[in-house]
Design a protein around this ligand. Structure first.
Ligand code: CA
Length: 219
């Protein structure tokens, strides 16, 4: 899963970025409204964490412009504890949820998981398909009830495929889930991690669709 953090405060930004990366999200961080616009126009994210008070372009404007482009990425707005007006304005401008600062990190992560889940059209908190179960909250994976240890990047390629059985994801779409700007992308990285998943979970779980990408079938 790839997240965009929009935050101008250096200390908060560094703290949240580390928190997200510790949870194995690929996360990019921008510090003003213009950079946020550019990132949102050029990259595809699974979730955006948006601070409203930003230099160069206000967070609400960034959000309104995003929705005006019919971009439906889930947006979690960050506001001060007493700023009820900001929360209302954020939700009315197209945010999906809000979280108050200073962050309770457990609550922040739970809200992120909930939004990602809902945007994938799922109500249940655990991915279950074909005997495989992934729990994003606990990072536990099982095959037919047996615990399996997946690396962060194996998890990152498996989760989006398991979240949408029957949907083909291209190599570059999976690369976006794996890497943030700071990481080097080796050209065969996706293949390497797919190979790792197949070794642990079974060779026929993830199918290669020649010329298109990868999928996990519906049945
Ligand atoms: Ca701010």
């Amino acid at each position: 899963m790839r997240l965009l953090l929009i935050e101008d405060d250096a200390m908060i930004g560094e703290m949240v970025l580390q928190l997200l990366r510790d949870q194995h999200y690929a996360a990019d961080w921008v510090r003003d409204g213009h950079m946020a616009d550019e990132a949102l126009r050029s990259e595809q994210y699974d979730l955006v964490l948006l601070d409203l008070g930003l230099p160069r372009r206000d967070g609400l404007e960034v959000l309104r412009a995003l929705r005006a482009r019919r971009n439906t990425v889930p947006v979690l707005v960050a506001t001060a504890r007493d700023a009820v007006g900001d929360r209302i304005a954020g939700l009315d401008a197209g945010a999906d949820d809000y979280v108050v600062k200073p962050y309770d990190t457990d609550e922040l992560l739970a809200r992120i998981r909930a939004l990602i889940r809902r945007s994938a059209g799922r109500g249940e908190p655990v991915f279950e398909h074909k005997g495989i179960s992934l729990n994003p909250a606990t990072r536990e994976a099982t095959v037919h009830g047996q615990a399996v240890s997946l690396s962060a990047r194996e998890w990152a390629v498996l989760e989006p495929l398991l979240a949408r059985p029957g949907v083909v994801l291209s190599r570059s779409q999976l690369e976006e889930k794996l890497f943030s700007w700071k990481d080097d992308i080796s050209s065969n990285a996706v293949e390497v991690y797919i190979h790792g998943v197949r070794k642990k979970l079974g060779a026929d779980l993830i199918q290669t669709v020649r010329g298109l990408g990868y999928l996990i079938s519906k049945q």
